[in-house]
Design a protein around this ligand. Structure first.
Ligand code: AMP
Ligand code: ZN
Length: 139
């Protein structure tokens, strides 16, 4: 969809720290990570939210999420990984292209918030290295 930042990532017009892709989905690191390994999984075909996304794309995203949290567990050894997906401006959906957040938590870190965590730009070199670690742990 025109003007959609995640469609631009899918098309390769904007770079990303890619973790995984198949014919239906793309996963990459969030550039304002709430924690190391904060990953987004999106459908390649534009859909705004859970109300809109076709079932086959949703299925592909959830199958990919299992593959990726296995890799996150292996690469980063978090104490847990939260999956979060926001629908609508009222709950702070900022990018209007469906995305599932995978948010790892390390044992010494504070608990994770749900709809409002304030975006802080990450260290791009560190994110690149984390992406490499997770991508190489995907089976
Ligand atoms: P939300 O719509 O609130 O669920 O969150 C949108 C997420 O997309 C935020 O965590 C942003 O940091 C993230 N984001 C926005 N633009 C990019 C980008 N170009 N690459 C990676 N992550 C992005
Ligand atoms: Zn889009």
């Amino acid at each position: 969809m025109e003007g959609c930042i995640f469609c631009k990532i899918v098309q390769g017009d904007i770079p990303c720290f890619k973790i995984y892709e198949d014919d239906k989905v793309l996963a990459f690191e969030d550039i304002n990570p709430i924690a190391e390994g904060h990953t987004l999984i999106i459908p390649k075909r534009h859909a705004q939210d859970l109300w809109e996304i076709p079932a086959e794309d949703l299925t592909a995203i959830h199958l990919a999420s299992q593959k990726i949290i296995r890799a996150i567990k292996k690469a980063l050894k978090p104490t847990g990984v939260a999956l979060l997906q926001l629908n609508g401006r009222g709950v702070n959906q900022v990018v209007m292209h469906y995305h599932l957040h995978l948010m790892p938590r390390m044992s010494e870190s504070p608990q994770l918030p749900v709809t409002d965590w304030g975006l802080k730009e990450g260290d791009m070199e560190a994110i690149k290295e984390t992406a490499r670690k997770i991508a190489s742990a995907i089976e």
